[in-house]
Ligand binder design. Structure first.
Ligand SMILES: [Zn+2]
Length: 385
């Protein structure tokens, strides 16, 4: 190519200027067809930055480097080309993301070689994208989402998150098992056992969570979710049977409903438990779902947020799908009991649960503030999607 230097003019100079503007080496107002002092200065700065010979002259090496620096990940499809490997800043970004996710693409050198190709194919296989070694839109979405979600994520976590991502934002067609705790002779905890009078109502855990389960089932069904209850009204199967039932349904999620009690009357609030063990195994989707649900409940009821906790309980351990065990307030606490005694508040909790699930499938990208996303709004979104 023709060398460009101080004093030159023309379309090629304008192109170089535009590239330098994009890279921040020239101010935005500086796109011009004249290679003046400021352009010379910018070229030298760029050359220094890239480890090129600093001479202020745009020859083939500098020109290629300018082109490579202008590629942002996603601007072109990346693939391993044996004869002429692709290179550029987009390749550096790809290599860095793969490394962060635990796929060894080697040193991020900006050259799409065989090791990058291997790492990309492994990533694609792990996350259910066609393993073709082509970094196109589908792979980019997976990378972008996962880079935000799981820096340092394990393949298992990636699979769980990918399943959610690939299933799309709509609730319609998803399968959710609702697990009302206790049942039959097992009434769970009760307010009266703690001397608490929930607005005159006799509150027993098994009844409260059965009612909540029915409210939740109705709302989920209205959005097109296939719902299943883990038990009949008057039965109390063990956790292993409830988990086996959810597995046999091929459920996408399991939501277990409980209320808590404590000898201390001050203990109050809502908490969520997901699968998580001390060796680092963790259901990030369970954790996310629990987080969304708790925040929505707190915004609607004023109950306290007692947060997410990892546990290895049978129900969480034996279910193949992400699962949350929710403790929806303390029947031993006066304020929580008053909330749970009111039909209006039970409706609000059921709405919070549906909105929490919806937020999970929207991957938390919706910008509706917590507590403002209504069931009606959600239905409208489902219809439009
Ligand atoms: Zn319980």
């Amino acid at each position: 190519m023709q060398l460009l230097r101080l004093g030159d003019t023309g379309a090629a100079v304008a192109e170089v200027c535009a590239a330098l503007v994009d890279l921040g080496h020239l101010p935005i107002s500086a796109s011009k067809p004249i290679f003046d002092r400021s352009v010379d200065h910018a070229v030298r700065a760029f050359q220094q930055h890239r480890g090129l010979i600093v001479d202020g002259i745009v020859g083939s090496a500098t020109y290629r480097a300018l082109k490579e620096a202008s590629y942002k990940l996603g601007a072109r499809t990346l693939i391993y080309q044996l004869a002429a490997p692709m290179s550029g800043d987009d390749v550096v970004t790809l290599q860095t993301r793969l490394l962060e996710l635990g796929f060894n693409s080697g040193r991020p050198d900006g050259v799409f070689g065989p090791q990058t190709d291997n790492a990309l194919r492994s990533f694609q296989c792990e996350c259910g994208v066609t393993g073709d070694g082509i970094c196109g839109p589908e792979t980019l979405r997976a990378l972008g989402y996962l880079a935000r979600m799981a820096s340092g994520g394990s393949p298992h976590r990636i699979r769980e998150e990918e399943a959610v991502r690939l299933s799309g934002p709509q609730l319609r067609g998803k399968r959710i098992v609702i697990d009302p705790g206790h049942g039959g002779d097992d009434r769970g905890v009760s307010a009266s056992a703690y001397g608490v009078d929930g607005l005159g109502a006799e509150l027993a855990e098994a009844d409260v969570v059965w009612d909540l389960a029915c409210l939740l089932e109705g709302r989920l069904a209205a959005t097109g979710v296939e719902t299943f209850l883990s038990r009949p009204k008057h039965a109390n199967p063990p956790a292993s049977e409830r988990a086996a039932f959810a597995n046999s349904c091929g459920a996408d999620l399991l939501i277990s409903l409980h209320t808590d009690a404590n000898a201390s009357p001050q203990a109050q609030g809502v908490a969520s438990f997901h699968f998580g063990s001390s060796d680092g195994a963790n259901s990030t989707i369970g954790e996310m779902l629990g987080g969304f649900i708790l925040r929505e409940i707190v915004a609607r009821t004023g109950m306290q947020n007692c947060r997410n906790h990892g546990r290895t309980w049978d129900l969480l351990r034996l279910t193949k799908m992400p699962a949350v065990h929710l403790e929806l307030g303390y029947l031993s606490n006066g304020a929580d009991s008053e909330v749970l005694a009111q039909p209006r508040m039970r409706d609000a909790i059921a709405e919070a649960l549906v909105v929490g699930v919806k937020r999970l499938y929207m991957l938390g990208v919706d910008d509706q503030p917590t507590g403002t996303f209504t069931f009606e709004g959600l239905l409208a979104d489902e219809m439009s999607g």
